[in-house]
Design a protein around this ligand. Structure first.
Ligand SMILES: [Zn+2]
Length: 293
């Protein structure tokens, strides 16, 4: 169906989409009912409106911002992976989480930049290390803010928080050196757990995730600006851990919604073997995709 022109797909800008479902954030008492669409053109799942009080949905214990000084398993794995791609590199991280990843790279002697509008505790820590911080949303960044170039752009579970994917693409086009890489981790709308849990899927995080992007569409848009896909992976150990947590927590969320304990048990039961099946099919709850310029 053709829709209201004020609404468009947050990834490809098409206005040809269908209603997919309504979702609610069961961690927030005042959560609104949030409408999600499926773009018929690029298969992105996107929310209709971003609430004006979106910051109230970022709970103080929102886990990526937790200050813990140890490097996570995922951070260690990803640093190892980047070093194999390019031993000496400069890096821009989009959305810094707890800051440990970038902090470690700085300590290892890499030139580091980040874009992080929200996590002030983290950015203060990074400022002390002389890491260049742009405290703006991607949508508000100007060309003057981007007067540098890097070898790597690293976006670990941050693109889905943007209003529109185009703002991320614009930055990749502007600051990546020839021969540089863009590394993206994001929830996977092709995962079996999403197909099963849909509006109750843990990784949907309504309304924090504005869209769930199909990997084929990311690939198409990156190839239009001269980047080549060199890796797609949804079967590694990082994806499997995310999947396991997702199966279990989605069951818990469904229990919270319905009041039926059985859903917690089902979620836990499925979490024992479904991550393995998803890994075999390369359809875990998150994927990593890498592009080279
Ligand atoms: Zn679209």
């Amino acid at each position: 169906m053709k829709n209201n022109f004020s609404i468009k797909c947050r990834v490809c800008c098409s206005n040809d989409f269908n209603i997919l479902f309504h979702a609610k954030n069961y961690e927030i008492k005042s959560s609104l009912d949030i409408k999600y669409f499926l773009c018929k053109k690029c298969k992105t799942i996107f929310l209709e409106k971003i609430p004006v009080d979106i910051n109230e949905y970022y709970l103080n214990n929102y886990h990526p911002f937790n200050i813990d000084h140890s490097l996570s398993f995922k951070d260690k794995k990803n640093i190892k992976f980047i070093k194999k791609l390019k031993p000496n590199f400069s890096i821009l991280e989009i959305g810094v989480g707890n800051g440990n990843f970038l902090s470690k790279l700085y300590d290892l002697g890499h030139k580091c930049f980040c874009i992080e509008p929200y996590a002030s505790d983290t950015t203060n820590k990074l400022k002390n290390k002389n890491i260049k911080i742009i405290s703006k949303t991607l949508e508000n960044i100007s060309d003057e803010d981007l007067n540098f170039e890097v070898d790597i752009i690293y976006s670990w579970h941050s693109i889905e928080h943007l209003r529109y994917f185009s703002s991320f693409l614009k930055i990749c086009k502007k600051v990546i050196n020839k021969g540089g890489y863009v590394i993206i981790g994001t929830p996977n709308p092709e995962s079996l757990s999403f197909k099963y849990y849909r509006e109750n899927w843990y990784h949907l995080q309504p309304p924090l995730h504005s869209y769930l992007i199909n990997s084929k569409e990311i690939e198409r848009q990156f190839s239009e600006i001269g980047f080549k896909k060199i890796k797609f992976c949804s079967y590694d150990i990082i994806s499997m851990i995310a999947s396991k947590y997702g199966w279990e927590t989605s069951g818990y969320l469904l229990r919270k919604k319905t009041g039926k304990k059985i859903y917690s048990f089902i979620g836990k039961f499925l979490s024992f073997f479904m991550p393995l099946i998803e890994a075999i099919l390369n359809r875990s709850s998150q994927y990593t995709i890498v592009f080279k310029k």
